[in-house]
Design a protein around this ligand. Structure first.
Ligand SMILES: [Zn+2]
Ligand SMILES: [Zn+2]
Length: 227
């Protein structure tokens, strides 16, 4: 299925109903001449994802420069090696989650739960800061360390046309010991995200959530469910 526009220059390019059952949602963000991909789905060949990226980029003169991975789970990083091979992107990830992908760790990436293996790939930029801006031609993505689901989970903020757009992939959980989940850290992360009063939440498994009131209700509902 084709890519879907979320808002100006933001497209969903992978997801369970779009590119295959194992894929979490992936999002493509366009800037002036440069684009960034947020997460890469589960499929090792990233075929459907690449087809959707090509569909969006066609005729724009925009090149995919960055792949930002929100955390180390297979449904988000499985296609990373294929994307790197196809586009030569710089891969960005939090330093606490990067080793699992670089080492091809099937347990930490939950690849074993999907009865598959993760294709290891080098992470070019390992973020350690709580807030880390990624500058692109004509704009910026701000990475926010939001641990909880995994120790190195990040959420990504885009400000565009007066809207705050948040890419918070697995902020709903689940929380399992084998993921290194930390509920207390997660609660603090969610309180931090609530303060941003985001207008649109692009979630990994729940799709597009908007407007701001609905985003807040979504986060609060999960906070209640995990208290
Ligand atoms: Zn996950
Ligand atoms: Zn996921």
């Amino acid at each position: 299925m084709s890519a879907e526009r979320v808002t100006r220059g933001v497209y969903q390019v992978a997801g369970p109903d779009m590119t295959g059952g194992g894929d979490a949602a992936a999002y493509l963000v366009l800037f002036e001449g440069e684009a960034a991909l947020i997460d890469a789905g589960a499929n090792p060949d990233a075929k459907g994802l690449i087809a959707n990226i090509e569909e969006v980029l066609a005729g724009r003169g925009t090149s995919l420069e960055l792949l930002v991975l929100t955390h180390n789970h297979i449904d988000h990083v499985g296609g990373a090696a294929a994307i790197e091979k196809r586009y030569g992107v710089e891969i960005v990830m939090h330093s606490l989650d990067a080793p699992a992908l670089e080492n091809g760790d099937d347990k930490a990436t939950a690849a074993d739960m999907y009865n598959t293996h993760v294709r290891p790939v080098k992470v070019d930029l390992q973020i350690e800061e709580k807030v880390y801006p990624l500058e692109l031609e004509g704009g910026r993505l701000t990475c926010l360390h939001t641990p909880g689901h995994t120790p190195g989970s990040i959420s990504i903020l885009l400000e565009r046309d007066g809207d705050r757009i948040l890419f918070g992939q697995d902020i709903h959980g689940p929380f399992l010991p084998q993921f290194g989940s930390d509920l207390e850290a997660w609660r603090l992360s969610m309180l931090k995200l609530l303060k941003l009063k985001c207008d649109i939440l692009c979630e990994g498994h729940f799709g597009i959530i908007e407007p701001a009131d609905t985003v807040e209700a979504f986060i609060r509902q999960h906070l209640r469910a995990n208290t």
